[in-house]
Design a protein around this ligand. Structure first.
Ligand SMILES: *Cc1c(COP(=O)(O)O)cnc(C)c1O
Length: 397
């Protein structure tokens, strides 16, 4: 099928929930993808920070075919070796003692909210059920996670929201202190707000939240669905803040493009999830777990977090140089290969022009361009993509 044929078929039969760009991508290799008409694109989107190993990575292909031949799915009625090994590896490389597996970021956050509430009600006080979240956050699209998401545009039309959330400004420790009361159970925060505009937690903010949660006996939950698995220059973004959460959520890059989500927690907290209290039919099935295990092993063995840190610093420096010349660029920020460029124009139009010239990037909010390329991005590919982006920005200025 051609681009136009696929676009027409989508327009006729698929729910119109997405404002899609007018191309259909049909093939990928490394950091490049091709559309149905054969045009090539350099991919700085990576399926929205999902394809950390790029496309058609040989190690993933091998893990996928081997596990598909062996066993796809059996349910959590039984023990699953790749799931147990994935949990072990995640725990060995984080603060956590145990992992719960599901299928998406929203589901991982749902699990975190349910665990947090159950733990606090049972171990601390039945009144402590509320969660404080940050303005500009994004935690998912289910009723509870969209209610946790403190952005009105995601709420519109879906009220009444799930009760039990209180919103405060991001990067404002004092606002959290003032919001805590006898009903507060937990604080939920992204170390870097992704969808909300690539807003990085200020120095001392996460450590301040940790201190506050310790003083007031609250749970601290980090949503690392976007920042996790090496993207920001360390395996988890929280490691750069020098403090650990009680609960952490992952999804996007965990299996390099196969759907999976995970919630990690300390032993004492996870103990509130007893048999029968929470479940997901597909959660951590043999296939998704085996692919996630191979993805995580590759990220660790090839030091992709280190690579993201080095390449990201280079890209950030080059963009900051551009900012000095082009006032259209209001701000350049990020960590590792999660980079935001705030522009004084419609970001979507810039993204469209980059697409025409063979570069895929995306937005984060209305006026921020977001670059989240595969962690395997080469230096020459980074330069090639930046040259296209610089050309488009220079024209728009
Ligand atoms: C993408 C994202 C989610 C939602 O993940 P889904 O897999 O789309 O449900 C939640 N939190 C953050 C920080 C995200 O970036």
């Amino acid at each position: 099928m051609t681009n136009q044929e696929i676009i027409a078929l989508t327009g006729k039969y698929v729910a119109a929930t997405y404002a899609r760009f007018p191309v259909a991508l049909v093939r990928g290799e490394g950091c490049r993808v091709w559309d149905a008409d054969g045009k090539a694109y350099l991919d700085f989107v990576a399926g929205i920070a999902v394809c950390a190993l790029g496309h058609a990575h040989p190690r993933l292909l091998r893990a996928i075919t081997e596990q598909a031949r062996r066993l796809l799915h059996v349910s959590n009625l039984y023990h699953i070796e790749p799931q147990a090994r994935l949990a072990e590896l995640l725990c060995r490389h984080s603060f956590a003692d145990r992992a719960f597996f599901c299928n998406s970021g929203a589901e991982a956050n749902e699990a975190a909210l349910k665990l947090g509430r159950k733990y606090m009600k049972e171990r601390v006080s039945s009144d402590r059920t509320e969660v404080i979240t940050m303005q500009g956050s994004f935690h998912g699209r289910t009723m509870a996670t969209v209610s946790a998401t403190a952005q009105e545009k995601y709420h519109r039309g879906f009220e009444p929201l799930v009760p039990g959330f209180k919103y405060v400004p991001f990067n404002d420790l004092r606002a959290v202190e003032l919001a805590v009361d006898a009903r507060t159970a937990a604080v939920l925060v992204e170390p870097i707000q992704g969808e909300g505009g690539v807003r990085v937690a200020a120095d001392g903010y996460l450590a301040g939240l940790r201190r506050l949660c310790d003083e007031r006996g609250l749970l601290l939950i980090f949503d690392e669905v976007q920042t996790g698995l090496g993207r920001t220059g360390t395996l988890f973004a929280y490691q750069q803040a020098g403090v650990a959460p009680d609960i952490l959520t992952l999804a996007k890059a965990l299996a390099g493009g196969i759907p999976i989500g995970a919630m990690l927690a300390r032993e004492e907290v996870m103990a509130a999830f007893t048999p029968g209290t929470h479940a997901a039919t597909f959660g951590g099935n043999p296939f998704a777990s085996a692919v996630a295990l191979e993805t995580l092993q590759t990220i660790l063995e090839e030091d992709l977090p280190g690579r993201a840190a080095r390449l990201g610093a280079r890209i950030l420096e080059r963009l900051q140089g551009l900012q000095a010349r082009l006032p259209l660029l209001r701000a350049v920020r990020g960590r590792g290969l999660l980079i935001g460029i705030e522009v004084g124009t419609d970001a979507k139009a810039i993204v469209s022009r980059c697409l025409e010239r063979g570069l895929l990037i995306l937005t984060a909010g209305d006026n921020v361009l977001r670059l989240v390329p595969p962690l395997i991005l080469g230096e020459a590919e980074a330069d090639e993509g930046l040259a296209i982006l610089e050309g488009v920005l220079a024209e728009a200025a």
